[in-house]
Design a protein around this ligand. Structure first.
Ligand code: COA
Length: 152
């Protein structure tokens, strides 16, 4: 699918519906948005996807949010956004790129590993500790965060 990727402009509203699709906590989204760079995948004039890249530790950045509009999913946009983020992170002298996903996120786990991430650990009960409401995906509760990382 022919898309272009660009940064969200300072005078532009962030695509909250998309950001909340990946992360139902508005509080957390508003906390990390100003600390990171928000990339938009554009299909013609429409925002088809979003990715937020945040510096976490020295030479380390994390993709804290990635989402693709439902009607655009499974067309390679998520993969393109991640490859774009890897390229940008390298330009910013990042050595380690990290990402996390909930325990039910089998599609996400496949996508991230296809992009080169390796599983490094599990943050047990992350979603129970940090989210007020219970989250369900693929018929099971999202409790633990699977952590993945890549040397870039
Ligand atoms: N089930 C199984 N495999 C999946 C998958 C799914 N739902 N989504 C992605 N994959 C894997 C497949 O191997 C796919 O390759 P294929 O289509 O050739 O089989 C590969 O990842 C590339 O997928 P791609 O088309 O680039 O992903 P996408 O554009 O659909 O974006 C998400 C993936 C996760 C960003 C998108 O599904 C989404 O926005 N989901 C809701 C929000 C979310 O969960 N965000 C992540 C929070 S951790």
């Amino acid at each position: 699918m022919e898309i272009t990727i660009r940064e969200l402009q300072t005078d532009e509203q962030a695509p909250y519906a998309l950001l909340l699709l990946a992360d139902p906590s508005l509080k957390l989204v508003n906390e990390y948005l100003p600390r990171g760079i928000c990339f938009l995948a554009m299909y013609q004039k429409e925002i088809a996807g979003v990715l937020v890249l945040v510096p976490t530790r020295p030479e380390t950045r994390e993709i804290v949010n990635i989402a693709v509009k439902e009607e655009f999913q499974r067309k390679g946009i998520g993969k393109q956004l991640i490859h774009f983020a890897i390229h940008k992170a390298r330009e910013m002298h990042t050595k380690t790129l990290e990402i996390g996903t909930g325990n039910p996120g089998v599609g996400q786990l496949l996508l991230y590993q296809k992009c080169g991430f390796r599983i490094t650990g599990v943050d047990q009960d992350f979603f129970v500790r940090h989210y007020k409401e219970e989250i369900y995906e693929n018929g099971i509760q999202c409790r633990d965060m699977i952590r993945l990382s890549m040397d870039i």
